[in-house]
Write a protein that binds this ligand. Sequence first.
Ligand code: ATP
Length: 630
Amino acid sequence: MNERSGPLNTNSYASILRGVLPLFVRIWRDMPVLTAVWLAFPLLLGALVVPAYAAQKQLIDLFVGGVGRDWRDLLEAAWPALAWFTGAALLRVVITAWQNTADCGFRNRAALLVRTAVHERAVGVPLERMDDPGYYDRLQRAESVAGEELLGVLQNAFSLLRLLCELLGLLAVASIAGPVVGLVLAVVFSVSFLIRLESDIVKRRLNRDLTTAGRQSDYLRETIVLPETVRDMRIAGSIGYLIGKWNGGMRQSLELRGNANRREIRRGIVVSTVQIAGLFGTIAWMATQMNAGGITAGTLVIVLQAMRQAHGISGRAAFPVGKMYIQSAKIVDLAEFLKEPPMMSPQGNSGPLRKGKNGAGKRGERISAPVSAGSVAPGETGTIELSDVSYTYYGADEPALRDIRLTLRPGETVAIVGENGAGKSTLAKLLLGLYRPTCGKIAWDGTDYGDLDPALLRRSVSAVFQDFVRYETTLRDNVGIGLPDEESADESIRRALRVAGADRLESMPGGLDARVGLVSEGGRQLSGGQWQRLAIARAAVRDARLLVLDEPTAALDPQHETELYRSFRELAKGRTVLFVSHRLGWARYADRIVVLRDGRIVEEGSHGMLMAAGGDYASMFRAQAEWYRG
Ligand SMILES: Nc1ncnc2c1ncn2[C@@H]1O[C@H](COP(=O)(O)OP(=O)(O)OP(=O)(O)O)[C@@H](O)[C@H]1O
């Protein structure tokens, strides 16, 4: 059983404290005054309980003992207690109003502070870490915690603090009847509080686990009704399959929830029994004391009132604590996420995987501590050399690339071809410095990528990926993202749009400011090919010496693909280009073709040479040519 789904134990409390405290310290450091004010209000409210009840006791005793006395005498004797009572009530109203304002301001500012920290960390995290499936879970949890959840945790912490302070005040009031009364009530409320808390936590834990399972079930529910799913399922004759899976999952969660509810009811009965026994025992004891003249009527009344109020509070206190326990476990995730090493090496990695057999990273192993980034600028020539490079994805058993030896000369166009999964995109990512080789070395003009200045390396490379991003903002953002905000930028953007064959989009109302995508009102949705041309323009606009095109024409129609090929010369001018494509018609015009199979280079040469050799390339090329001819 892991810690988070395990029973309530001191270890989990310790880990929660380890996670939560640094966050609170961070918040405290950033806004000490607001935090101090936020903490002071509950303390004041708790402290006010005692004078209010003491004044009430005095008044009752005065009125009970003063039956038959002149009302003026009574009033004279009672006015200090009346003043205390009224003053405390008024102060309570004022403090409650202020505390709501302070609480709201504090929580929003704290959440903004932490959210900014999460976003800064999320964009700086090494890409390699994103291959760890657990990373997304951590990021998602951190994101949700840093927003609404953190607000919730702080709100619950505040409610809890307020309730505890009031409870302490009430126990102090109860002790007026005798320290034993205070002690008995403290024990009764603590026991019932702990029982309630335990059952609340069990239920919340279940809710959290069911939420994780619910993601799968939500996915199924949403997928079932998609037109493409309906089409696929009809063709496969398996209409009931997904519905059955979803339904089974839902039934299981309903059963688990039912069990938790029954458990909660049983615990509730125990709590009520403990409380009734404690409270009635106390009342009976006080009644005998009053008879014997040990306590006054005023004491009896205020202690009864305090008991009633404390009873309500002890019930309510389990709620924020239970919520915080579950939320705090998420806060630990948030704190852990904020500890993710930032991108420190130009490769966007924090360090190599620990290697298993064949250089494979072991499943579940964490990536080691960050390596420091270099400070050397990439050389002018831009010769890129890969020496015995291997790469294994996080958690994979087999390397995706093995012993790659390859040199890209300045201005050269190299085509990488090979069947699906051969390692083409992985090679592209390594060349761009997004991943760090598990073994071997990549050097730019003789300097290891690890010694290059990350920012300068990023400026020297540019890319279009098959899974390119669609920025649903303006045309200008889509192409010029990351360009300095200069007047000349628009001219560069227009040139890039022309090269990518996307200049017609500029005629949309608003020109470069035209909104694309459906996120913003009035935005125009683009076709897959139009989005891809924007991605190509985005790569073309940057003055990079290495341009990587990974299936840049997958969404283009033949006409536009041909047009793009015509402008390819302009796109490639003055740069080294590496392109990955399954369309071998493109490859034949490359200076060199590199063929990958199972992560290894199996052939290398010009189109003519490889055709003459009659190997993998020749058979792939002939198969495609046959397809067109046939
Ligand atoms: N993020 C990842 N995590 C684990 N394994 C991965 C990941 N990405 C790719 N792989 C694996 O690495 C190998 C090479 O993948 P890669 O995407 O480089 O192939 P490719 O030649 O570009 O394929 P395609 O032609 O289908 O795009 C494949 O076996 C793939 O399953």
